[in-house]
Write a protein that binds this ligand. Sequence first.
Ligand code: NAD
Length: 342
Amino acid sequence: MRPVALTATTALRSQGRRGFSSTARRLDTYAFIGLGQMGYEMARNLQSKLSPTDTIRLYDINPSAAERLTNEMTTNHAGGAKPSIATSAAEAAHDATTILTCLPEPAHVLATYTSILSSPLPPLPVSRLLIDHSTIDPSTSRRVAALAAPADATFIDAPMSGGVIGAAAGTLTFMVGCPATAPLLAARLAPVLGKMGARVLPCGPQGAGLAAKLANNYLLAVQNVAVCEAMRLGVASGLDARVLAGVINSSTGRCWASEVNNPVPRVVEGAPAGRGYKGGFGIGLMRKDLALARVAAAEVGVGLVLGERVGEVYEEAEGREGGGDFSVVYKWLEGRDGGKGE
Ligand code: NAD
């Protein structure tokens, strides 16, 4: 799979068209719905890179999120699209040619797009592009795509990786349910995603971006538990945690969960383990993604032999530790073993 080249080519070409065209440029309206940890930063980056003649309508069920973001956009950034606050998702989306959502769960995504698509929509000069960044199950995503089609709207799943840091830096990777050869990808989708991220990975037809995201996060969920157990085993056997991590990271056990996000405090500088497991990728989100992966697997008749037990591990660890980065599983294991070897 080849990533789609973003900012350097696609976005510049699209800006060139805008800046130097002799015909008057269309005034675009965008809607961004769901301004939480990820959506807030993504909407901020998108707005700052849009033309001042564009408008971005912001909506979150929590009104203070849109107010805070609008204040930030108008106070801190001179340029960018004109922000406005909407009082519902349907109002935000009404005259928008591009609608983006970043919501917690499948039910939120379904309810939001149902409300948008069931209200009378005015005709627009171009068809509506709906981009969902939420991590949900592919079958709910396909349901929403089916709702969108009769309204001359194209619904694309574009879940992301890179976390809150990547969202703030505008370096996210998007896995999109859109064929690499689709004209829509280069013409409309990639220029929008390029304002919030660094890479676009076309994964196939609608729903394929989510299938890829859930497969990846299933692997990460399992890897993290295995790294936590391996580190516990080594430390309890008398090994220095840094020595053990050095061995794993230059041997066949090497993986992101060990090398970048090692769960033992102070093994990797900057990893959440070293700051009391604060920040990072929340254990609740990992539990959710694992549950979604299991739903997706059941729908295609695939048995995930580790899925159920690993899901229980995250549930028990979250209950006991009360949150934190998902590598907090290590602390939970330590507690269960009575801290042997520490
Ligand atoms: P979040 O809980 O911080 O934000 C969700 C936002 O949606 C909140 O502001 C909430 O008020 C709003 N919201 C809820 N229901 C709504 C509705 N009906 N209408 C409008 N707004 C509504 O979550 P997040 O961390 O920003 O994650 C959003 C999505 O991105 C999730 O699906 C998550 O799995 C995925 N994701 C998160 C990360 C991460 O590191 N946080 C990384 C990759 C993907």
